[in-house]
Design a protein around this ligand. Structure first.
Ligand SMILES: NC(=O)c1ccc[n+]([C@@H]2O[C@H](COP(=O)([O-])OP(=O)(O)OC[C@H]3O[C@@H](n4cnc5c(N)ncnc54)[C@H](OP(=O)(O)O)[C@@H]3O)[C@@H](O)[C@H]2O)c1
Length: 281
């Protein structure tokens, strides 16, 4: 495993498992399978309505809590609820969260950030960060924060490499984490001839080549999968390295194509949307 060092000195694994769109049963199975393969980073969110299942998988793995890096995200409709972090801890059945993010730049996200800062100072959260914020919104947080964000989680893959945003983050000491690292399963991306060629050279799948590119480019990855064989492959990334020339060829695939773009209307809806967190299995 390779690690990123966050701006408060905490070490974060460069590869983990994502749980977006997984039912509680699927999330429990995927996370358990991942932990058994050697993964130590798990990404979930209030809005995925599977935090209880993630907590169960962590317990079932038999690993000590401190062996796992647990990441989750506060949903906008909870930003002004004083006990949002405590309730998140209860669902995850844990005393602390390794990394807590503001999920969306929607509603009163400054209030959400203040909740996270408080939890950080109380030791309930070891690092805090942002998700889906653009440069201007990150700057707004930097201007008012007492605890600097350590991580930005946003959409990054070979078709949308976010080079300019990464320069800004580097300057601010914020690490980037890629969601949709495999383009949310887009076949056109995964079947790019360059990945097939490099896969043959290294004896790896196209997905493994893409994930290796991310790691060498400094992006922490959290691919999602329900398939145990894919889960195993997506962690088998640390016994090969792409050359500078191969990295440059992948850089040339960037076409600033995103699979998801939020609109002001969507952000407004997010604030009104209350995920049924208490009803989850
Ligand atoms: N912060 C945010 O707003 C946000 C938004 C979206 C996602 N995320 C996070 O990012 C994570 C990753 O996103 P994602 O799961 O939607 O997209 P992804 O990781 O880019 O792609 C997942 C898709 O790729 C397939 N896949 C996975 N491994 C594969 C492999 N080795 N070979 C071939 N296909 C493979 C999966 O199918 P199989 O099940 O068949 O393997 C699934 O269809 C999420 O789970 C979530 O934790 C965060």
């Amino acid at each position: 495993m390779e690690y990123a060092t966050l701006n408060n000195g905490i070490k974060m694994p460069m590869a983990g498992i994502g749980t977006f769109l997984l039912t509680p049963d699927e999330a429990e199975a995927s996370v358990l399978s991942a932990l058994q393969c050697g993964y130590r980073l798990i990404d979930t969110a209030n809005a995925y309505v599977n935090e209880k299942a993630v907590g169960r998988a962590m317990k079932r793995s038999g690993l000590k809590r401190e062996e796992i890096f647990l990441e989750t995200k506060l949903w906008p409709s909870f930003y002004e609820q004083g006990d949002a972090v405590e309730k998140t801890l209860q669902r995850l059945d844990t005393d602390y969260i390794d990394l807590l993010l503001i999920h969306q730049p929607a509603g009163n996200y400054v209030a959400g950030y203040r909740l996270m800062e408080k939890a950080y100072k109380e030791g309930k959260v070891k690092a805090i960060g942002l998700s889906n914020f653009n440069e201007k919104q990150i700057q707004e947080i930097l201007d008012i924060c007492e605890v600097k964000p350590a991580v930005l989680q946003t959409e990054v893959h070979p078709y949308s490499q976010e080079k300019k945003l990464k320069e800004f983050l580097d300057k601010e000491g914020i690490v980037i984490q890629a969601w949709y690292p495999l383009g949310h399963g887009d076949k056109a991306l995964q079947q790019e001839p360059l990945f097939t060629e490099l896969g043959k050279k290294y004896g790896k799948s196209n997905a493994q080549v893409i994930l290796r590119w991310h790691i060498q480019d400094g992006n922490i990855v959290i691919p999602g999968s329900k398939n145990p064989a894919h889960i195993k492959d997506n962690f088998d990334l640390f016994d090969f390295a792409l050359t500078d020339d191969e990295m440059a060829k992948i850089t040339a695939l960037d076409k600033q194509k995103r699979y998801y773009t939020s609109t002001p209307e969507m952000l407004k809806k997010y604030v009104e949307m209350v995920p049924p967190v208490d009803e989850q299995k």
